[in-house]
Write a protein that binds this ligand. Structure first.
Ligand code: NAP
Length: 208
């Protein structure tokens, strides 16, 4: 599949590199493709965000939340395309790092407003980038929930989730991003504030 990963930081690199290994055609959409910090990525896979998105069937948002609206507006018409939103709407308040919105909306739903006409899915937001880069040491397969309204395109996104190595679970419509973003915050709080570190992931275990 032709995939544009917008942002080549922790998440963008982990996912883009994983999909390249699985034979997908990936472009990393970055603001300064010639920057030395991207030298470890294949030069022919680097493009500007708009160039990368123009080539792709699926656009993956791996930008910091405050930059996400501007990053999306810098892409051309995304009608009919898959957009996978990996972001978490994080900001700092009096109690430290937390979500800047929720309950009655979500980052995923705002992304859908900004990417009008695209099929937007929330995924890859509920675990750390290190896990996205390498799941090989887990004895139980970690889970990744996928929320999105386009039932016809959801199987494609679920397959991309499986290609990275997660158990893919359909979480329902995009408004379930209202649950997935606080769920991500639980992972972040465990990792950063409760001593769990980054080498843990959520998984679903079943009776029988
Ligand atoms: N890190 C994690 O473990 C993790 C896990 C799950 C979800 N997330 C979420 O995933 C998103 C990315 O996290 P990250 O840790 O990968 O962040 P990061 O390492 O800071 O990388 C963000 C990338 O976005 C690019 N960027 C910034 N503004 C942009 C713009 N206007 N247009 C295009 N690209 C832009 C940056 O490029 P420049 O270098 O040019 O600034 C950078 O490559 C965040 O929303 C985060 O909450 C992170």
């Amino acid at each position: 599949m032709r995939i544009a990963v917008i942002g080549a930081g922790n998440v963008g690199r982990a996912l883009g590199t994983g999909w390249l290994k699985r034979g997908h055609e990936v472009w990393f959409g970055v603001r300064h493709p010639a920057d030395a910090k991207y030298r470890d990525l294949p030069a022919e896979r680097l493009a500007t965000p708009a160039e990368a998105a123009a080539k792709a069937e699926a656009i993956v948002l791996a930008t910091p939340w405050p930059a996400t609206e501007a990053a999306l507006r810098g892409l051309n018409d995304l009608s009919g395309r898959i957009v996978i939103d990996c972001t978490n709407p994080l900001g700092r308040g009096p109690e430290g790092l937390g979500l800047v919105l929720g309950h009655t909306t979500s980052g995923g739903e705002l992304v859908a407003q900004w990417a009008r006409g695209a099929s937007v899915f929330k995924a890859f937001n509920t675990t750390g980038a290190d896990n996205m880069a390498d799941l090989s040491r887990y004895r139980v397969t970690p889970v990744m929930f996928v929320a999105g309204d386009d039932a016809a395109k959801k199987p494609v996104v679920m397959d991309l989730v499986r290609d990275i190595g997660f158990e893919a679970i359909d979480a329902g419509p995009l408004r379930i991003a209202r649950l997935l973003e606080p769920f991500a915050m639980l992972w972040i709080d465990q990792a950063l504030n409760r001593g769990a570190g980054r080498d843990f992931a959520f998984a679903v275990v079943r009776k029988g």
